[in-house]
Design a protein around this ligand. Structure first.
Ligand code: IVH
Length: 683
């Protein structure tokens, strides 16, 4: 291929993947695959210096994209609003306001309020210096936000210069949002390119505002409304006149706001808009009620979280009745099997709903929800629609209670659930629904550490049929990998990419290397519920080999120090599943190490400078993880346990240590801080 064309293609791909990675947080390829693209581009550019340009990803290195946005401190904290969910709570707010004002001297019978629509978007602080737009910042944690100036500049509704001269600096606050139509268009485009859809306009607006490419942001169709003026130094005395002033400056103000005298007028406004809100082109999730007189606001003040002079009235969740056609179950990536309702499509809460959550089998039984029932469905804002309950008067005569299936709909394995748990699970790791996430975990850094075997490659391996369980990974050949072709849609064109010989060789080498991993990595990688890195290490050391572990009784597992009844039961039930035993057998045949070498076994319990001593680690250590600290102590022959007793040699106390430090103090056990611990393991 012509080097110029290849350079252009590589840049396009790299930019695409940078966006997936940094902005959307949804990478499509592994780090190794990405690095390979970058390396190829760097090589081409150094061979052909005339092709280097300032907009090449190689010239950015880890500049703007990697660093993200600058943090900025808000001059005045961006507070949140207290909520009112019904008329009583609204009246209680009015009572508080009137009491507050009377304590401060004057007690008006009816307070003047302004009611505004609550825009369901992302809050923004805009700074204008001498009337010129200078900075846009997100709310962040309220005290510090992110500088998104270059993105805000692309929002055409926000003026870059105010209509009237204003000297000095002012800060205007408001909401950036995405109109419904723009949201639907954006999701349609994403659906066409196979991207994950945004759940609602607010998430889409938040995503767009934090996109690192202002060029892209400008295409999104973001809009904004402003509703607050901070640090003005103007002669304004009321909120209503402030809104009018914002409008005169050319700033967008939502036009349906109304001055309301006393609480009754407010209640009416809230009820009115609960019905009318769907007539707008954007999402509103309530009404914000604000005391109008700025002097009264000053007297009322604020708590650490909310101003006392404002409240957000949240619209009630909309409910509709529809036919529940079927109760189906879905197998999640952790094997959790959850029931959901298949509904006759119904327009509720601003969207057409054809599925709704049913939580779990117990919930269905408690509410006695059955197939072919007419049910009440509720949807509030961006919340997932839910089935509230059945309309018993419309129940068919031959209806029968619903029963949870006893086997997995994907693979036929028997479903299990732990005592006192609501969720049923499929324990078969090779279940296709579980395989994708399971294999990603198996290959992850903390587990088998197979670099290059990330989400995208895992998906290709599963869809191509090359991998049906973890063991298949060990039978892959470089030729099979090299020939894998991934396709993606871009501007209506299908782009095909071959995995290639170089990447294939790297991954095959990684897979081979992983066979000799420490045994605990395999136990952890199998993804047994509740068995984390530490649990896997303990099991590996206690049982020494997979053979012993496989035949260990529940009693033996429970008797292991640090393994509680939950972990023991989980491990036993996993090991009892015939498909899992088969998987272990296949991994064994493939040559994956399943035991601790004799030499190490002797070492781990053998003598060392700290043998015979018992330590407990609590809190967070700055210099290493708890696992590393444990390993360091164990290498020196010490035992590390989870609970403090009089027999404990010393407790190592990190930051934010809790009850274990208290107990050590009470028992008079030696406590070591991090420096003392470092000295101990270096000694
Ligand atoms: S006033 C100190 N007015 O709602 C009071 N907020 O739930 C500042 N919001 O963080 C907020 N529309 O992002 C106000 N007309 C409106 C609003 C509004 C939407 C947002 C705002 C705030 C959140 C609180």
């Amino acid at each position: 291929m012509d080097p110029a064309a290849r350079v252009a293609e590589l840049r396009r791909q790299i930019r695409h993947h940078e966006e997936r990675y940094y902005v959307a947080n949804q990478p499509e390829i592994s780090d190794a695959e990405f690095d390979a693209l970058m390396e190829e581009l760097q090589q081409l550019e150094s061979d052909h210096p005339d092709l280097v340009s300032t907009d090449s990803p190689t010239q950015r290195v880890s500049g703007r994209v990697a660093e993200g946005f600058q943090t900025v401190a808000h001059a005045e904290p961006m507070l949140s609003l207290d909520n009112a969910y019904n008329e009583d709570e609204l009246r209680a707010f009015d009572d508080r306001v009137r009491r507050g004002l009377s304590e401060a001297g004057a007690a008006p019978a009816a307070v003047d309020y302004v009611a505004e629509l609550k825009i369901d978007g992302v809050s923004i602080a805009l700074t204008y210096v001498d009337g010129v737009f200078a900075r846009g910042a997100t709310r962040g944690n309220g005290s510090q936000g992110e500088d998104v100036t270059s993105n805000v500049r692309t929002i055409r509704v926000i003026p870059l210069q105010l209509n009237e001269p204003v000297t000095g600096s002012i800060e205007v606050r408001g909401e950036v949002y995405l109109p419904r139509a723009a949201f639907e268009k954006m999701n349609e485009e994403r659906a066409n390119t196979g991207e994950i859809l945004f759940a609602n306009p607010r998430n889409a607006a938040a995503g767009a505002l934090r996109n690192l490419d202002p060029g892209l942001v400008s295409k999104r169709g973001l809009r904004a409304f402003t509703y607050q003026l901070v640090s003005a130094g103007t002669r304004l005395t009321s909120h209503a006149t402030t809104l009018e002033q914002l409008g005169r400056w050319g700033l967008p103000v939502e036009g349906h706001w109304r001055r309301c005298q006393g609480i009754d007028a407010l209640v009416e406004f809230c009820h009115e808009w609960a019905d009318k809100r769907r007539t707008l082109g954007f999402d509103t999730d309530g009404v914000v009620i604000k005391v109008d007189a700025l002097e009264q606001r000053r007297r009322l003040g604020a708590t650490s979280k909310f101003p006392r002079w404002a409240v957000a009235f949240k619209f009630p969740a909309e409910q509709k009745t529809t036919l529940l056609k079927q109760i189906a179950v879905n197998v999640g990536r952790t094997g959790a099997v959850t029931p959901f309702a298949v509904l006759d499509p119904i327009f509720v809460g601003g969207t057409t709903v054809s599925m709704a959550t049913l939580h779990n089998a117990d919930d269905i039984a408690r509410k006695d929800i059955r197939e072919r029932d007419w049910v009440v469905v509720e949807k509030a804002g961006d919340v997932i629609p839910r089935v509230v309950g059945p309309v018993l008067t419309r129940r068919p005569e031959d209806s029968v209670p619903w029963v949870m299936p006893s086997t997995c709909p994907e693979c036929g394995s028997e479903l299990h659930r732990e005592e006192e748990e609501a969720v049923w699970r499929c324990e078969n790791v090779s279940c296709p629904a579980r395989l994708q996430r399971g294999l990603e975990h198996f290959a992850s850094r903390g587990a088998m550490n197979i670099e290059g075997l990330g989400e995208s490659l895992v998906e290709q391996l599963i869809t191509s049929g090359l991998v049906r369980d973890y063991a298949d990974v060990y039978h892959l050949t470089a030729e099979q990998l090299a020939g894998l072709i991934s396709t993606s849609e871009r501007e209506g064109k299908t782009i095909e990419r071959r995995f290639g010989e170089k990447n294939a060789a790297k991954v095959i080498e990684q897979i081979a290397r992983s066979k000799t991993n420490d045994f605990w990595r395999l136990i952890y990688g199998l993804g047994i519920r509740h068995i984390g890195e530490r649990g896997a290490q303990v099991l590996a050391r206690a049982f020494g080999s997979m053979e012993t572990l496989e035949t260990a009784s529940l009693h033996a597992l429970q008797a292991t120090s640090e393994i509680g009844p939950v972990l023991a039961a989980s491990a036993r039930s996993w090991l009892d599943e015939p498909r899992n035993r088969e998987l272990i057998a296949r991994l064994r045949t493939a040559g994956v190490r399943m035991e601790i070498p004799e030499s190490e076994r002797a070492q781990s319990s053998g003598p060392g400078p700290l043998s015979g001593r018992t330590y407990v680690i609590t809190g967070t250590l700055a210099s290493m993880s708890r696992e590393e600290a444990t390993a360091a102590l164990e290498r020196l022959g010490a035992k590390v346990t989870g609970s403090v007793s009089k027999k404990t040699t010393a407790v190592i106390v990190g930051e934010e240590a809790g009850s274990k430090a208290d107990k050590a103090r009470a028992l008079g056990v030696t406590m070591l801080d991090e420096a003392a611990f470092q000295a101990l393991i270096k000694a």
